[in-house]
Design a protein. Sequence first.
Length: 98
Amino acid sequence: MERIFAKATLRKYWEKHPDAEQYLKTWYDTAMSSNWEIPNDVKQTYANASILKGGRIVFNIKGNSYRLKVKFNFQKQWAFIRFIGTHAEYDKINANTI
């Protein structure tokens, strides 16, 4: 990915949830060094990721303790952090619209 918007969102989250820090940093580093062109490329790296409509992908963080929802623009190589939270918090959102 050329750009991930916004790492600060991840940083704020791991400051409140230190047990997620290393997992989120690893995801960030992996995403930045990847050249994903289609959702299935992401699945090659993260087999447990859930592909939703509209370029949205949900990642299980720390053994599914947390969920990270990212909207991708594969053509521009941009990733937009749309949600990070616990599994219970994720269950309360509409993942297809956020």
